[in-house]
Design a protein around this ligand. Sequence first.
Ligand SMILES: Nc1nc2c(ncn2[C@@H]2O[C@H](COP(=O)(O)OP(=O)(O)OP(=O)(O)O)[C@@H](O)[C@H]2O)c(=O)[nH]1
Length: 344
Amino acid sequence: MTSSFIPRATFLYDRVINWFPGHMAKGIRVISERLNSVDLIIEVRDARIPLSSINPNFESIVGRKPRMIVYNKFDLADPESKIPLIDAFANYSPHTPVLFTSSNTDNGVRRILNRASEYADRIPMLTVMVVGMPNVGKSSLINSLRRIGVGKGKAAPTGAQPGITRAVVGTIKVLEDPTIYLIDTPGVMVPHIPQPVESLKVAVTGGIRDHLADEQVMVDYLLYRLNKANYFDYATRFKVPDGPTNDCNLLLESVARRIGAISKGQELDLTMAAKFFLKQYRLGKMGRYTLDDISPEALIRFFEQSKSYETESSASRRQAKKLAKLQARKEQRERHSSIMTEVS
Ligand SMILES: Nc1nc2c(ncn2[C@@H]2O[C@H](COP(=O)(O)OP(=O)(O)OP(=O)(O)O)[C@@H](O)[C@H]2O)c(=O)[nH]1
């Protein structure tokens, strides 16, 4: 059935989906303000988009604090993605521990507690701030850490849509000995994602409110990726008439028929079908996929680029400091000379 099928070679997409509501701008401000009282940062990322879920804003704000990177939702990502990523981090960022977890499985969560406890060795009480893009599972992880660490129930609200946590939350105890407190923070999006497809990937994985991205376009992208990965289960599952297809409408019509998504006028409701398909993907019913390219060449490209970005931004920070100093000196000189003029 699939032998004659040729998947699309490319996916054309040129719209950038931006989402940066006020609570995120405030969140980033409060994160910076509270940084002094924090000993360790846990940056949570989405394992399905290991590169696209990196917020460069965090690099400049929390980059100088001890940090642990947690790739969460690993139960939804390609299991083979772990090794290349660990190797790349070992090479480019050897002092940052990188862990892979699912907030609903105990082992990974225990590993985070153990690693955090190593930091607590040096101080009597450890305060950890949990940061990351929206919907990566920060609050779920905090709840699991608390459940495993101190046997207590949910302390942070969670939800399938991004933007559930809207403010920096007070400390939550997750371990008694050594004492570890966590601070939950709102998911913060990159104010402007430069690459359109990157923003689409973030939307597909649930990082951007669904109504801001077009659900049917998101399904079209998923279909492109599923076909590219030779994953044709969807065709059987939704009884697509001629098997695997590149036609998103054909897929959505099949989904609509299968779930009975019919509008009042007896037409197939493709939006409802798209929402259903997306939900299935996000629940892992379509298999485990990593949507970012993590081939060795792509990882080298990515880390080299980030390095030059960091060098550039620290150079521009130094330059800005220098300019501010010069400006302050100039103002001081001007004030001094105006006093001299008044005196004379
Ligand atoms: N499959 C899977 N789902 C997860 C995992 N962690 C969290 N989720 C789900 O992902 C959704 C988002 O989780 P939250 O904990 O609310 O995410 P958040 O990062 O705090 O979200 P914001 O409020 O946007 O900052 C929820 O539906 C969780 O049930 C995981 O490891 N695996």
